[in-house]
Design a protein around this ligand. Structure first.
Ligand code: SF4
Length: 457
């Protein structure tokens, strides 16, 4: 039986979330096809004739694109059994059931994806929707049906040269419980490790296809520091010339400082770090597990070993003030981070999906409106309309800068001026910000689908 796996969007990565279930389905005897809507159109011939079609909802944008794609998929193949899986599937279960999904799967979904496919093939009852957190036996990801790596995000080095990037995941889930994080409602503080030999073999396959840098997509690479150490050691032994990046929280950078020289020695170029805010009160509300001072300490520790930090932020939240936003810009500039922060990060607005642990904050419901089925979240207006207006203007500047490939420093200067509209604009701190390596697709997962993304459907 033909099974088609679809990834609507995954920030420029070749999705492990397709490659892993593809391997499981292939092993179980299915004829597996993949469509990555971030790279190709919704191909009729891969939809037609499929007995099961499964959409991978790794992030908010992907989920919004999936909502638009499902009617088209059903029009092409009304008889296929529809499945959704990934982080955003369980939290939007009712919606996807209404759209016709026979199974909504979360967590470690591969055994359940195979079980549904087997039920469709054998004409037996479709197993119930489930979020599985038990350990599974990962297999070697099968990337054969995915678009080639050349089509995905590149690494851009400070001298503007580029490297082809391999994508890997060493763990899934997370042991932390940051309130705004979409991993939390599904994994509830658990994470699962992919065996080292599978990770390294998967990377080796991508290196053979030309990759010279690995981007680890784990929610947090140092959730299991012992595992991370083994992965890095094996990577260095097998591919001493390969560089890599990963995502690591501030708390782990400080707590596992002994890992930093090991990572630098093994080729770590930069770490994406969810700093979110420089306001300790907001950080407490988000339950981030770090303070502003610890963010600055983490930055220092990374710089000491020659690893760049790529901080991410949620600058617009119900507690943002105009002064607080100006202060955030001032800190980014004073710390020499202007070139390290993708401008879109300066425009991010807190997203509150269904099931978000933000809803557990006392009195939080008073700050938000009823759930919106179109935006797949709880909308909120800031009590000061000037903050919302500033967010819109910053978003426009950031998007325009992205579209026109403007230098980050120039976009930052425009945002700085905009944040000081109506008052005399202070000069930017006189601190040099060095360019750092970055991926060609900026890291953020909560945007509305763009026209271009929707055109793929
Ligand atoms: S550490 Fe990162 S992945 Fe883990 S819960 Fe916090 S924000 Fe989410």
């Amino acid at each position: 039986m033909k099974v088609t796996l679809i990834s609507p969007y995954e920030i420029g990565r070749q999705p492990f979330g397709l490659a892993q279930p593809a391997a499981w389905l292939d092993r179980a005897g299915f004829d597996v096809w993949c469509i990555d809507l971030a790279q190709e159109r919704l191909s009729r011939d891969r939809i037609e004739g499929a007995g099961m079609i499964a959409l991978y909802l790794a992030m908010h944008t992907a989920t919004r694109i999936a909502v638009e794609a499902i009617p088209k998929i059903r029009e092409i193949n009304p008889g296929a059994t529809l499945v959704v899986y990934g982080l955003y599937a369980p939290m939007n279960r009712e919606l996807f059931e209404e759209l016709g999904a026979a199974a909504v799967l979360g967590g470690e979904s591969e055994p359940d994806i195979v079980a549904v496919a087997q039920a469709v093939r054998d004409g037996t009852e479709i197993p119930a929707s489930v979020t599985r957190l038990e350990k599974i036996d990962f297999v070697m990801p099968d990337r054969r049906a995915l678009p080639p790596l050349e089509r995905y995000a590149d690494l851009i080095l400070p001298d503007n040269s580029r490297k082809m990037v391999a994508f890997a995941e060493a763990t899934r889930g997370c042991k932390h419980l940051c309130r705004h994080c979409p991993v939390v409602p599904v994994y509830e503080g658990k994470f699962r490790v992919v065996p080292v030999d599978i990770i390294i073999d998967d990377i080796s396959g991508q290196v053979q296809r030309g990759a010279t840098h690995v981007s680890f997509g784990d929610p947090d690479f140092l959730n299991g520091p012992g595992h991370a150490r083994r992965v890095i050691k094996a990577l260095k032994e097998r591919h001493p010339q390969i560089t890599f990046d990963a995502t690591v929280k501030v708390e782990h950078i400080i707590k596992h400082a002994d890992m930093l020289p090991v990572m630098a020695d093994a080729g770590c170029l930069f770490l994406t770090t969810a700093v979110e805010s420089v306001d300790d009160d907001v950080l407490r509300k988000l339950d981030k597990g770090h303070t502003r001072q610890e963010f600055e300490l983490a930055l220092e520790s990374l710089r000491e070993v020659g690893i760049a930090m790529a901080p991410t932020f949620v600058p617009f939240n119900p507690w943002t003030t105009i002064d607080g936003y100006r202060e955030l810009l001032e800190r980014i500039s004073s710390l020499g981070l202007v070139e390290a922060v993708a401008p879109v990060q300066l425009s991010i607005r807190l997203l509150i999906p269904k099931g978000s642990w933000m809803l557990r904050i006392d009195g939080f419901e008073e700050l938000i409106k009823p759930f919106d089925e179109t935006m797949l979240g709880y909308p909120w207006d800031h009590q000061d309309p000037a903050v919302d207006a500033l967010q819109q203007r910053v978003m426009t500047i950031a998007m325009h800068g992205e579209d026109n490939k403007r230098a980050r420093a120039d976009v930052f200067a425009d945002i700085w001026r905009e944040a000081h509209a109506g008052v005399s604009v202070p000069p930017l701190p006189d601190v040099v910000s060095e360019r750092v390596p970055s991926l060609s697709e900026p890291w953020y997962c909560c945007a509305e689908p763009t026209e271009m993304q929707l055109q793929a459907i």
